[in-house]
Ligand binder design. Structure first.
Ligand code: ATP
Length: 763
């Protein structure tokens, strides 16, 4: 780069952005007293996607990332022991890890360096490690499912379930050994991994023995996660960056992977930096935290206890107003927080998400509805691959007879959660319902009262009918969803036969799509914060022009498509992972399907977006307190940012002409999968748990199914742990569910109760 260009760049206004110094930089640099040079040193650096130009700011493009960043990662434990870092934030976590590993343009260029990689020690170990690209490995988990390791190809979701092996269906063993090119080089023939001892240790540590011969395309999400961590460890990096490592893992696997990571981190082999969502539980062994605010700013960093104190100050500033502090340090933090709040780098939602929230039980009783007609019926379903039974390898008591396979009925109006360890068959089960699984045609199951194939006197159910009656969001759909669609097109694809075919739209459907875009504008519109104070246009509500408005007594009317044009200008691919998940969530609901299937819908989302989604699911656009879990959880509605209820919000919601969604109806059924208790809304009153583990082992989870007691909520840690309890504990603490029959009515009159037919357990 020429000196002139360099000096021009340094004069850019963007580079003179408000000097930002994370509160504890001095503290961090003092703590690092080790004689060994740091592995990463970032000193007053600003990063850019592209070389910055003078026009960038005027055109609002190429914004600076992490302006004036200071950060050091020691190579060796200091006097206080090793440093284990976690990066917390709603947005920008991946970008931050990318900046650490040498991506983006760093200004000034020498502000980011890797001094430890230039030492003799590294040269002796392996000269390849001198290059940060080799020494620092990144694993991200937002490219979901086995697709993330190139397992599933093409654009057809059922690819994962085809039992035919293709040339490119690498087994886990081949993948770990690096034997994954179609024309291997001579030296690759027996695998490029030569460190067999390391390979065996990693396979044992990550419990991969049983999976070695399985094609990577067939792995469940949790199995994929373990395989990818193993692969990264085999390249013996100096530093491993793990982006959202616990997303989508069942509670037991979270514990075991966290323990494994701790052991690795303690040996510094490799060193680790994790990224986590603000609401995630931070593993005990993490010693240092770095917090990202909005617009790619680092707003706090330092030792865990120091950053926790900063959170406390933020929290009082947000709830009780920014009063002055007696302690000088706290005052500094408070002043900085005020500045950051004003600049929008920090906001109330992030503060709320960062606080650990203890479970506050509510006194609301919610009945598990008996439900209407059956939408899904399974009578002894088993999914087999050769000799292996992937789903239904258990016995159930049905009408007091022992039967094999899955027996289950889902009725209109019911809300289910399917629980189960990673690999227990949850995704397989859902793929039978959506008919992505080829075996769906042959199994003893009915959807909407009909089989997939025609029966005498009854037509089979077509895939297109299924698609229009089922709303589905899942990690697999996320992996395959076309990135080029605009936000509006992505949501409208709910009304189409395939992702890319033309949706069948009409005026009402347009209004429905617009209503969702308006409700989630704060989360999706990139310019939302810039326009927050803009006045809503008010059109006089002339009743002759707007006959629909006769029912409401309002002087002004705001058109429903007001302020939703942003959705035509931003593509799905330009959105963050959390925003993409939000689009898929909306897409699963917007066409009001009979069955809504939400497979880990909130993973990757911040707590506040998750809460807003739960609110939408329960009570839609209304402010009703009918159930809304988030309302009761937080006792306030800061997460409803940007949603401006119409001025006359006191009008009963069922009379408001512009409210199009009131939450799930009695005609709809919900089936959810999640491994995180906070993600399960209180309207979920039924659960099914798929078995896992060795039957001889006393930690084995057996098949269970049933409803929640009147006051139970799966968000309650006690109820949650019971739902995951092994047989003995489960039997002790739950009870058989029965429904009281009205004494005057006979079985013929009331019909059978599912709780009695299928042996349900109340928890
Ligand atoms: N084609 C196949 N051949 C053999 N086994 C398969 C095949 N497809 C899936 N499996 C296995 O079936 C089991 C169930 O997988 P599934 O993806 O349904 O689990 P899951 O409960 O959704 O897991 P996770 O929580 O990790 O997503 C897994 O052990 C998986 O490896």
């Amino acid at each position: 780069m020429t000196a002139t260009l360099m000096s021009t760049m340094l004069r850019l206004p963007a580079l003179r952005a408000r000097a930002f110094r994370p509160y504890s930089f001095k503290l961090v640099s003092r703590a690092v007293s080790s004689v060994s040079p740091p592995l990463i040193r970032i000193h007053d650096a600003t990063f850019y996607q592209n070389y910055p130009t003078a026009e960038d700011e005027a055109k609002c493009q190429n914004p600076p990332l992490f302006p004036n960043l200071n950060f050091e990662l020691p190579s060796k434990p200091g006097a206080d022991g090793p440093q284990h870092w976690a990066v917390l934030g709603s947005l920008g976590r991946t970008e931050f890890l990318d900046a650490l590993r040498g991506q983006y343009i760093c200004i000034p260029p020498n502000a980011r360096s890797y001094p430890y990689l230039l030492t003799e020690e590294i040269a002796k170990k392996d000269t390849r490690l001198r290059y940060s690209g080799n020494a620092i490995q990144y694993i991200g988990f937002s490219g979901e499912g086995s697709g993330a390791i190139g397992g599933t190809r093409g654009a057809y979701l059922s690819a994962r379930y085809e039992s035919l092996r293709e040339e490119t269906d690498w087994t886990v063993n081949q993948y770990l050994r690096g034997q994954t090119s179609l024309n291997p080089l001579e030296e690759e023939k027996d695998g490029i991994i030569h460190d067999e001892a390391l390979l065996s240790a990693v396979i044992a540590d990550l419990r991969l023995e049983e999976l070695l011969d399985r094609p990577v395309a067939n792995l469940s999400n949790g199995q994929t996660r373990r395989t990818r961590i193993a692969k990264a460890l085999l390249s013996k990096p100096e530093l491993l960056l793990l982006d959202d490592p616990f997303m989508g893992l069942d509670p037991a696997t979270v514990e075991s992977i966290s323990g494994l990571l701790h052991r690795l981190a303690n040996k510094s082999d490799p060193r680790l930096v994790l990224s986590l969502r603000p609401q995630d539980t931070i593993p005990d062994w993490i010693t240092h935290l770095l917090v990202l605010g909005n617009s790619n700013r680092v707003i706090a960093q330092g030792t865990r206890s120091r950053v926790q104190k900063i959170f406390d100050v933020w929290s009082t500033a947000a709830t009780r107003g920014p009063r002055n502090r007696s302690n000088q340090n706290s005052q500094k933090v408070l002043d900085q927080a005020r500045e950051d709040l004003e600049a929008g780098y920090l906001d109330k939602q992030l503060i709320w998400d960062l606080q650990p929230h203890s479970f506050a039980p509510t006194r609301t009783e919610i009945v598990a509805p008996r439900g209407g007609e059956p939408l899904i019926e399974m009578h002894g379903v088993q999914v087999r691959y050769g000799d292996t039974i992937a789903l239904g390898d258990w016995e159930q008591n049905v009408r007091n007879e022992t039967k094999t396979g899955l027996h289950w009925v889902v009725r209109r109006g019911q809300r289910w959660v399917v629980l189960g360890a990673n690999g227990s068959g949850k995704t397989t089960l859902l793929s039978l319902i959506t008919s992505d699984h080829p075996q769906a045609y042959a199994l003893p199951m009915k959807l909407f009262g009909r089989s997939r194939l025609p029966e005498p006197g009854k037509p089979g159910i077509s895939i297109f009918e299924l698609q229009s009656r089922i709303g589905h969001s899942s990690p697999e759909i996320h992996a395959f969803f076309p990135r080029q669609l605009t936000i509006r097109q992505a949501i409208e694809s709910a009304f189409a036969e395939t992702f890319l075919s033309n949706p069948v739209l009409d005026h009402d459907r347009d209004l429905d799509v617009s209503a969702t875009l308006r409700f989630f504008k704060a989360e999706l519109d990139p310019n939302f914060h810039a326009n927050i104070n803009q006045e809503t246009p008010k059109i006089p509500a002339d009743h002759t022009n707007f006959p629909e408005l006769n029912r409401v007594t309002r002087a002004f009317f705001t058109p429903l498509d007001y302020e939703v044009e942003y959705a035509d200008n931003v593509t799905f691919g330009e959105l963050s992972t959390a925003q993409q998940r939000l689009i898929l969530f909306i897409r699963a609901l917007v066409h009001r399907p009979d069955i809504v299937i939400l497979d880990e819908p909130f993973s990757g989302m911040s707590g506040s977006i998750r809460d807003k989604c739960q609110h939408f699911l329960e009570v839609g656009e209304t402010m009703s307190h009918r159930v809304s879990t988030p309302m009761r959880k937080s006792g306030r509605n800061s997460w409803l940012e940007g949603f401006k209820p119409p001025a006359d919000d006191c009008t009963p919601s069922n009379l408001r002409a512009d409210v199009r969604f009131n939450g799930l109806t009695d005609q709809q059924a919900l089936i959810m999968i999640s491994h995180v208790r906070e993600e399960i809304p209180d309207i979920v009153r039924h659960y099914m748990r798929l078995p896992s583990g060795d039957k001889e082992d006393d930690t084995h989870l057996d098949f269970r199914c049933g409803s929640l007691k009147l006051m139970s909520q799966l968000r309650d840690p006690k109820v949650w742990s019971l739902a995951w309890a092994p047989e003995l504990k489960f039997n002790k603490q739950s009870r058989r569910a029965f429904r009281r029959r009205e004494s005057s009515l006979t079985v013929e009159e009331t019909g059978e109760f599912d709780e009695e037919v299928y042996e349900w357990w109340s928890i």
